[in-house]
Write a protein that binds this ligand. Structure first.
Ligand SMILES: Cc1cc2nc3c(=O)[nH]c(=O)nc-3n(C[C@H](O)[C@H](O)[C@H](O)COP(=O)(O)O)c2cc1C
Length: 397
């Protein structure tokens, strides 16, 4: 019997055991659901109104089918790409997510460290629960930090954030332009999500249900919008008061002259808006509908890649987010003309499932999926995928 069956060693560390049993992003999502209070999980998992855009984003990636080439010697595969002048080992970046320290106390720093360990850029949100200086100060080596800006009603405060990002070595400024008003996130409204959590019957029930989460939270520093120190505490629902419905292209012009580094515009830009962004000096576009959290029924960003690439030409950096849950999604994105995919929920599920190690797990799984998909497709480099991509995919419907 011993010759036939080798007993597997038992992993004593609970987090490592749980993560090792996750084999794709939906496994991580399932563990996250089990380990996180419902209002927090819903804040991540939920989207605006009827959540049609959020579901549509995931479905749109999956509508594509591969047309593989065989006998192409795929022993060696080069997945690296250059994004805004920096080489990264896989075409992935970690996108900005507000309040990340609420998902798990490892928070923004844990995500940034995991990204850096994988050689990938991390984007800190304006609405982060860890400050610009704190994240930069916690990193070792040469991390590729990007900063995401919401153009606030208070323009001098926004300008302050931009210069703090520059002073602290953030290389890229990502300006989000789809949040002129808050999206109507029904799950948050129903759950009465407030920050910091208020002692309601709801909260008490979720404390009882997820004691591990609460113990961790209570042993760390209080949650707040760390980049707005000195401002009265607010709720996630009310934080939308920061945003300005009056933003225009002249704000982009102002930012272009203020920010010396690389500039990306993030939002659901069609060909005309993308061209305008580039004319005003943007170095890149991040096609996004905010994961369906803003305008419900907004077009899936993956469907904008080909027309926007056509409009802006081959050299403008084109990133895409919203709906990436598998390495094959990134292969589709590159085949259609994107330079890299940006992650949101995919890494947050990992974070909720197991902290920083869970983000590592998400990145490792996505990378392995990407490599295997490229090899089975008969492609040996990300550059080749970008070049020949349109011959390698077809619409499945
Ligand atoms: C919990 C959560 C918080 C987010 N916060 C921000 C933010 O502060 N700024 C921003 O530009 N985008 C924010 N986003 C949007 C992400 O950057 C990204 O566009 C989106 O998550 C991509 O969709 P996906 O999660 O379906 O992949 C957030 C997304 C989530 C899930």
């Amino acid at each position: 019997m011993r010759k036939l069956v080798r007993p597997r060693s038992v992993e004593l560390d609970g987090t490592r055991r749980r993560l090792a049993a996750c084999h794709d992003v939906s496994d991580l999502r399932r563990v996250a659901l089990r380990r996180t209070p419902k209002p927090v999980f819903d804040y991540v998992d939920g989207a605006a109104d009827e959540e049609l855009a959020a579901a549509g984003n995931v479905a749109a990636f999956r509508q594509w089918r591969f047309l593989p080439r065989v006998l192409a010697d795929v022993e060696v595969v080069d997945t690296s790409v250059t994004v805004l002048g920096s080489a990264i080992p896989v075409p992935l970046a970690l996108g900005p997510c507000g309040y990340t320290r609420m998902m798990h106390t490892d928070g923004e720093i844990g995500v940034a460290r995991s990204g850096a360990r994988h050689g990938l850029p991390y984007t800190l949100s304006t609405m982060a629960a860890t400050g610009i200086e704190e994240v930069a100060g916690a990193m070792t080596g040469r991390p590729d930090l990007w900063f995401q800006l919401y153009i606030l009603k208070d323009r001098s405060r926004a300008a302050g954030l931009v210069s703090r990002a520059a002073d602290n070595g953030y290389r890229v400024l990502v300006v989000t332009v789809d949040t002129m008003v808050a999206g109507n996130r029904i799950r948050d409204v129903r759950n009465g999500l407030t920050m910091p959590p208020e002692l309601s019957l709801h909260t008490i029930a979720s404390v009882a249900a997820k004691p591990g989460y609460w113990l961790r939270l209570l042993s760390g520093p209080a949650l707040d919008f760390a980049n707005f120190a000195g401002r009265p505490a607010t709720t996630i629902l009310k934080s939308a008061d920061f945003f300005d419905p009056g933003i225009t292209w002249s704000d982009i012009e102002d930012l272009r002259s203020a920010w010396k580094g690389k500039l990306i515009i993030k939002g659901p830009l069609g060909p005309a808006d993308a061209r305008r962004a580039v004319e005003l000096g943007a170095d890149g576009i991040q096609l996004s509908n905010h994961g369906g959290r803003q305008l419900d029924r907004a077009v899936a960003p993956v469907d904008l890649i080909a027309p926007v690439r056509e409009a802006v030409g081959p050299s403008v950096t084109l990133l895409v987010d919203s709906g990436i849950r598998h390495g094959a999604d990134v292969v589709v994105a590159l085949a259609l003309g994107a330079d890299a995919g940006v992650l949101g929920r995919a890494y947050l599920y990992g974070l909720m499932a197991g902290g920083e190690a869970g983000v590592d797990r998400a990145l490792d799984l996505l990378t392995a999926q990407l490599r295997t998909t490229m090899r089975l497709l008969g492609v040996t480099s990300a550059a080749d995928l970008r070049k020949r991509g349109r011959e390698l995919i077809t619409r499945g419907d």
